[in-house]
Design a protein around this ligand. Structure first.
Ligand SMILES: Cc1cc2nc3c(=O)[nH]c(=O)nc-3n(C[C@H](O)[C@H](O)[C@H](O)COP(=O)(O)OP(=O)(O)OC[C@H]3O[C@@H](n4cnc5c(N)ncnc54)[C@H](O)[C@@H]3O)c2cc1C
Length: 502
């Protein structure tokens, strides 16, 4: 069995181990920290990220750690005490029954996600070593030597750098970066415990505080814990006491509270020039860090993890050629560029993100509606048999999930099962016709038969078919029965054959 080493046991590293384990690949994860981070950090999880966890059998476990509130959405106030409770809080509605089988149910803080992913990775065969850092990387044609801080050198078939924005793996591979680096002002991310619901009554999930001495964002992270993102004092020095005083100003009330931890940070924009170098790959913030407005950072990292895991699994089990691994960079680098641009547009004008109705403003600015950024995009790569048509819309997600090659399969409930649930761990053929059965059987390709008006909804006739990848993206669309072409197409999109299909 191939040895895959993952540097970094943050949320993306753990998710990579889960997704690999789902395919029977047991990874070794080495994490520099001595235990998982207690800091919540990212809270906003997209329906697409929930779909990826669903595909790994983690729907219920992830749902159980969601932090719900009686008052969803965002409020704006000078202090918490001054919230106008007669006004409905603003909540961008980014989910939808006709888009996805999954709907986010609140905040999913990274510490709570990690509490699911860590045991899930172990259950799927991963070994996770805390207190061990990657200190050096050397590779040749046959493998990667991964030097560890405890003096060991592990010989791996593949190395995945999930070691965050200051990645040692990226540096060790000599991969350059583009982007301005740290942007914006330094910020304090203060995690504290307080009975705010007991004091104020029900609380919105997010409150933007405008008090001049304590401006910032207050976020619910569950079990009487809250996070306040705010500016550090002018001299940059802070203690638990100064943080507590700032929070009390933001609350507008003298509520008992305990500061649990303080994370100073600055938004960073930095992109690796290559996400693949030989037998090594970068995922998550190691591949690209983006500004937080839009909540795209973690979601993009989890999508990287999933995209790489199924491809690596197919290659190490001999079901795909090495060329499939090139498509990891081709696809995820292009998406990282798109997401970075979308996050930057939101940084310049937050209304583009927070106001779903700001369609004209978004269109004028070149900004996409948020669910388009996380699930409406299209891949153009060697793992998709094009042509990939341009997006019909940057606002209408349903219209964009139209069955085109490179797009995510359209979700539809059929007898209580989502079409996304029909997609297997390998490639799957979806068709309304039995004309593909023999060719698919010869290729050991599962066929899912869906009739009725479904073929038309994905742009094919009754005899056509969609070849769907393990990530539910469409690798090929045949408008009509064309089973003779199937072997060549499958070989091409799995990197087992170079060149045109005909
Ligand atoms: C305050 C804050 C708020 C945020 N809010 C959001 C949000 O709302 N939505 C969103 O999507 N994103 C958000 N983000 C971004 C999000 O947190 C990151 O995108 C996410 O943490 C990236 O995960 P990762 O696993 O790639 O990297 P990290 O979380 O940085 O994990 C990397 C891990 O690698 C370990 N490591 C580092 N070097 C080594 C080494 N040499 N060897 C071994 N291990 C190593 C580190 O200890 C760490 O555990 C936020 C970030 C911050 C800081």
């Amino acid at each position: 069995m191939s040895q895959v080493v993952i540097a970094g046991g943050g949320t993306v590293g753990l998710a990579t181990a889960v997704f690999l384990g789902q395919h029977g690949i047991p990874a070794l994860v080495v994490e520099r920290r001595t235990r998982p981070s207690v800091h919540p950090r990212a809270l906003g999880i997209s329906p697409r990220t929930l779909e990826l966890f669903r595909s790994a059998g983690l729907s219920e476990a992830i749902d159980a750690v969601a932090v719900r509130s009686a008052v969803p959405g965002k409020a704006d106030a000078r202090t918490v005490a001054e919230i106008d409770r007669t006004q409905p809080s603003r909540a961008p509605r980014f989910a939808g029954g006709d888009l996805s089988p999954e709907t986010p149910r609140g905040h999913y803080s990274q510490d709570r996600l990690d509490s699911v992913l860590l045991p899930a990775a172990r259950e799927r065969g991963a070994t996770i070593e805390f207190g061990v850092a990657v200190t050096g990387v050397e590779q040749d044609a046959e493998g990667v030597d991964v030097e560890l801080s405890d003096g060991r050198t592990v010989r791996a078939d593949y190395l995945i750098g999930a070691d965050g924005v200051n990645t040692a793996v990226r540096g060790g591979l000599g991969i350059g970066t583009t982007g301005p680096g740290e942007i914006g002002d330094p910020t304090l991310n203060i995690l504290f415990g307080a009975d705010l619901v007991g004091h104020f009554g029900s609380m919105p999930m997010m409150i933007e505080i405008s008090h001049p001495d304590a401006p910032g964002m207050l976020l619910a992270v569950g079990e009487g814990r809250w996070v306040f993102h705010t500016k550090p004092p002018a001299d940059g020095r802070f203690t638990d006491e100064t943080c507590a005083a700032t929070i009390r100003t933001a609350l507008g009330a003298d509520v008992p509270l305990e500061v649990i931890s303080v994370l100073p940070w600055r938004a960073t924009i930095r992109m690796a020039d290559q996400f693949r170098s030989g037998r090594a790959f970068l995922v998550g913030d190691a591949a690209r860090a983006i500004s937080p407005l839009g909540a795209f950072g973690l979601n993009t990292g989890i999508a990287d993890a999933h995209n790489l895991a199924w491809k690596l699994a197919m290659v190490v089990t001999g079901k795909a050629g090495d060329r499939l691994l090139d498509s990891y960079h081709e696809e995820r680098h292009a998406i990282a560029e798109m997401v970075t641009e979308q996050a930057m547009l939101r940084l310049a004008n937050p209304r583009l993100h927070w106001d779903p109705a700001a369609v004209a403003e978004r269109t004028a600015a070149g900004a996409w509606y948020a669910p388009m950024v996380t699930m409406g995009y299209r891949y153009e790569s060697s793992a998709v048999m094009g042509p990939v048509p341009p997006l019909p819309s940057t606002e209408d997600v349903v219209a964009s999930l139209d069955g085109a090659p490179g797009s995510r399969l359209r979700h539809r409930w059929i007898a209580g099962v989502s079409t996304l649930d029909l997609v297997g761990p390998g490639f799957t053929l979806l068709t309304g016709s039995g004309e593909w059965d023999d060719a698919a059987r010869a290729l050991d390709l599962p066929v899912m038969r869906i009739g009725g008006d479904w073929p038309e909804s994905v742009g094919i006739d009754d005899t056509g078919a969609l070849l769907v990848r393990p990530d539910a993206f469409i690798a090929w669309r045949s408008l009509k029965a064309d089973a003779d072409t199937l072997p060549a197409v499958l070989a091409a999109v799995t990197g087992r054959k170079n060149g045109a299909v005909g």
